[in-house]
Write a protein that binds this ligand. Structure first.
Ligand code: GUN
Length: 289
């Protein structure tokens, strides 16, 4: 059986380090602050947001939740973002996606100051990430990279196959693995003969949002399988994009759902918020004594 990659344990270990660094920053008079904006009443979004808030409070950070009604105007949402951009106690701003259809998501993302864009979605941060400059990295791909590194997976020269091409996961994931010298293939809903690609993967990242779609027949013996899916099976039980029970015997390493990628996404959000506060506060401390 392959190694089960314990994202919960790895995430907890990193969060302890984040908490210690947060405490050091607080001693110097600067408490990292994260603002989360939730529009509407989508239950899944509400659960994610609650989890992000809880984790930031556990790390010792200031946490602000702004809840807006589903019919909020785009201008009112942009005004909220502007207020948070100007608030010196807030170092990270996250607007939970998806937004209602009447709101232009990219306009909202671009309104967030790149210096507070702890999701790593702003075009400035995406561009910097692609050319290898210091930036906020998108949390799920950054968390997956951390999982691979902490598990001791050698990435250079490996064939990484990414299933899914979203701006949040698939696209940045491929770029991060490319920077680690992997050979990267993107597959998506229009890809023909998917198995011919997945069977070549040394590292397979499944981010397609289809419950247990990837079975043992898709996998090469010994492959590292990372499951980004957050679905419900026919019994309402949480499951990923990978048939975990069927694949775990054949994979060299595999992430479970829950307890794999999910805890790492939140951990990277805290890491980005801490990084933003460290940048701002070191400027503040060096200017004001
Ligand atoms: N919706 C699903 N994942 C995410 C995420 O990582 N950030 C934001 N802002 N919204 C999301």
């Amino acid at each position: 059986m392959g190694v089960i990659i314990d994202g919960k344990a790895i995430g907890e270990k990193i969060r302890k380090e984040i908490k210690a660094d947060t405490e050091r920053l607080i001693e110097r008079g600067c408490r990292p602050g994260l603002a989360v904006v939730l529009v509407g009443d989508d239950q899944a979004s509400r659960t994610y947001v609650r989890n992000k808030q809880k984790s930031s409070i556990e790390a010792g950070m200031k946490s602000e939740l702004i809840e807006l009604p589903v019919d909020v105007s785009q201008q009112a949402l942009l005004n909220t973002v502007d207020r948070l951009n100007a608030d010196p106690t807030i170092h990270g701003i996250l607007v939970q996606l998806p937004l209602p259809p009447h709101i232009d998501e990219s306009a909202v993302i671009q309104a967030i100051s790149p210096k507070k864009d702890v999701d790593g979605f702003h075009p400035e941060n995406v561009g910097k990430m692609i050319i290898g400059q210091d930036s906020f990295l998108s949390c799920t791909p950054a968390g997956i990279l951390e999982l691979l590194k902490q598990t001791g997976v050698d990435i250079a020269g490996k064939h990484a196959v990414i299933l899914g091409r979203s701006n949040i996961v698939g696209k940045p994931m491929g770029q991060l693995l490319l920077q680690e010298d992997a050979t990267v293939t993107y597959c998506h809903s229009k890809t023909r003969d998917l198995k011919s690609f997945t069977r070549q993967a040394d590292i397979l990242i499944a981010a397609i949002g289809r419950a247990e779609f990837i079975d043992a027949d898709h996998i090469k013996e010994g492959a590292v399988v990372i499951d980004v899916g957050m679905n419900r099976d026919e019994n309402g039980k949480r499951c990923g994009d990978v048939d975990f029970e069927g694949v775990k015997e054949k994979a060299g390493a595999i992430t479970p759902v829950p307890g794999g990628v999910g805890p790492m996404t939140v951990t990277m959000l805290l890491k980005n918020t801490l990084k933003s506060a460290q940048r701002t506060c070191s400027n503040y401390i060096s200017t004001n004594g």
